[in-house]
Design a protein. Structure first.
Length: 209
């Protein structure tokens, strides 16, 4: 297998942390997004979406969505499950992971991609051109503020996103908070529960992956 990666980008980081938690090693190839390598003809032959991460299996199949890659790895390396240990936990992990994707990754992306001069006409990742909409950048920032408050309330009650079970949803949230720094937003000082959770995840060796 080969993992197409870009060290600085949030979605490939989710896969790298997931792999580190499970002790999985996969040959990794860097695609430099700043140089536009994701849009090159050669890379688009591998992943027509022109995005990273992408996992190419030994039979040539390309799995090109972060959650699908992690699910595939969970399936073939079931030890130390990160998608839940029973039906109820799997449903709760799914729910939290989806919420963080919607209200975190997409909100941060909305703020970042609609404001950064480097993303002019690339306000949505993928093969199609979309103009920036400044109002969406503004709304993205509001959504990020709400995410911090919602997570802070959540972590007042629970150790991780799903009770005392560390899961893929925590990885998604951790990478989201790293990504949100790109729009100059960090955990507000009064969000002490969120800070406690963040420090705990940052202290895991996988967080350096
Ligand atoms: N839906 C995809 C999104 C992946 C994505 O947005 N990747 C970004 C890096 S974090 C990318 O490749 N962007 C390329 C671009 O903006 O041209 C997933 O969940 O994997």
């Amino acid at each position: 297998m080969k993992l197409y990666d870009y060290k600085q980008a949030p979605n490939p980081r989710r896969v790298r942390i997931f792999m580190a938690e499970k002790g999985i090693e996969i040959e990794t190839i860097q695609i430099n997004l700043m140089k536009g390598e994701q849009r090159s003809e050669s890379y688009r032959k591998i992943n027509p979406m022109g995005e990273v991460p992408a996992l190419v299996l030994d039979n040539g199949t390309c799995i090109a969505q972060t959650n699908a890659i992690c699910r595939y790895l969970e399936d073939i390396y079931p030890e130390n499950p990160l998608y839940g240990r029973n039906s109820e936990e799997r449903a709760l992990v799914e729910s939290q992971n989806h919420l963080i994707h919607m209200n975190g990754i997409l909100a941060g992306g909305e703020a970042f991609r609609n404001s950064s001069p480097n993303f002019k006409n690339r306000a949505i990742s993928g093969p199609h051109a979309y103009a920036q909409i400044p109002e969406l950048a503004e709304r993205g920032l509001q959504r990020v503020d709400n995410l911090f408050e919602d997570l802070d309330r959540h972590f007042a009650e629970q150790q991780f996103l799903v009770g005392d079970y560390f899961s893929v949803a925590d990885i998604t949230a951790f990478c989201t908070i790293g990504f949100i720094r790109w729009v100059n937003k960090t955990i507000p000082g009064h969000c002490s529960n969120l800070k406690r959770w963040h420090d705990e995840i940052a202290s895991r060796p996988s967080s350096k992956a």
